[in-house]
Design a binder for this molecule. Structure first.
Ligand code: UTP
Length: 290
């Protein structure tokens, strides 16, 4: 049976300037969430949603991410020779399941999120695909799995995770322009980027989970650089919305913005509690109290 969503693209090429100097040598995606590298949560979320292929869009200065994701045979045999089989079996098991392919492609110049997604074009399997931004950590439920379950592959529209935020915070997000609401779905006519609170069409902000129709690659290829001289994914989404439709999806989990120090710290505190409560496996059924 062909799966609904076969590929998840994980863009990890960004400079991470808001976290400097932490990110001068260490990629943001490998910063610790207490005991786990941030990226591992996105890998697990994609796999929980049933994808066949992960495509990491990285930058040549961040090759260490590939080393983290792929099995390290030398380290494994060294530890085994020292009798540390338990470490190998528990800590060094590949994060990527045996039946999931992991591919890396390199974005030579950081020309924006839209350009990063376009870099994954040749490696993306047929049909609609997912994009996960690993620095938007969502815990408690598998956000992408929920979205995949709700997505209609025949209609093949645009679906973006939506989160209700406070009036003062909406200026940090793309705000949905809802046409109505149907349970967790928010059929919308577009997104307004970083609106002033009084101009915001809603308090539903877009966060880093997308399900996109395959032909968005054509749109991205002809999208001109927009804000900040970057090729913006939101510009391609805006261009396609009138034809294919846009839906926000209001997910159940809790989101941490790990592109900021506070988000990293809060996520680490959540994780510490989750480990202390021994909630197996790490992502399941636990949402820290506010
Ligand atoms: P951000 O907007 O958070 O940018 O990118 P950034 O570079 O990671 O961080 P700051 O703003 O400088 O602190 C959102 C996502 O898009 C990826 C990033 O890696 C992140 O996952 N991205 C962004 C790329 O892969 N390539 C780009 O050219 C830009």
């Amino acid at each position: 049976m062909t799966r609904k969503i076969r590929t998840a693209i994980l863009p990890v090429a960004g400079l991470g300037t808001r976290l400097l100097p932490l990110t001068k040598a260490v990629p943001k995606e490998l910063l610790p969430i207490y005991d786990t590298p941030l990226l591992q949560f996105a890998i697990q979320e994609a796999q929980d949603a049933g994808v066949e292929r992960l495509v990491f869009v990285s930058h040549p200065s961040k090759k260490i991410i590939e080393r983290q994701v792929k099995p390290d045979g030398v380290l494994m045999s060294k530890l085994r020779r020292r009798g540390k089989d338990d470490l190998v079996d528990v800590m060094l098991q590949s994060e990527v399941h045996a039946d999931v392919e992991a591919h890396f492609v390199y974005q030579e110049r950081q020309l924006g999120l839209g350009h990063a997604v376009l870099c994954a074009r040749e490696l993306t399997l047929d049909g609609p695909f997912a994009v996960i931004l690993p620095d938007d950590l969502i815990v408690g439920t598998g956000c992408l799995a929920e979205m995949v379950a709700a997505y209609d592959p025949v209609r093949a529209g645009l679906m973006v995770a939506a989160m209700e935020v406070s009036k003062e915070d909406i200026r940090k997000y793309g705000a949905f322009k809802p046409k109505g609401r149907d349970g967790k779905r928010l059929p919308s006519s577009g997104l307004v980027e970083k609106p002033a609170p009084d101009k915001a069409p809603s308090l539903f902000g877009a966060v880093g989970r997308y399900i996109l129709p395959h032909n968005i690659f054509y749109e991205l290829a002809r999208t001109k650089p927009g804000s900040g001289g970057e090729i913006q994914l939101t510009d391609a989404i805006a261009a396609m919305t009138p034809d294919v439709g846009l839906e926000g999806f209001i997910f159940d989990g809790r989101r941490f913005d790990c592109g900021h120090h506070d988000g990293l710290l809060e996520a680490s505190n959540w994780r510490k509690l989750a480990v202390a409560r021994d909630t197996p496996p790490p992502m399941d059924g636990f949402v820290a109290a506010e």
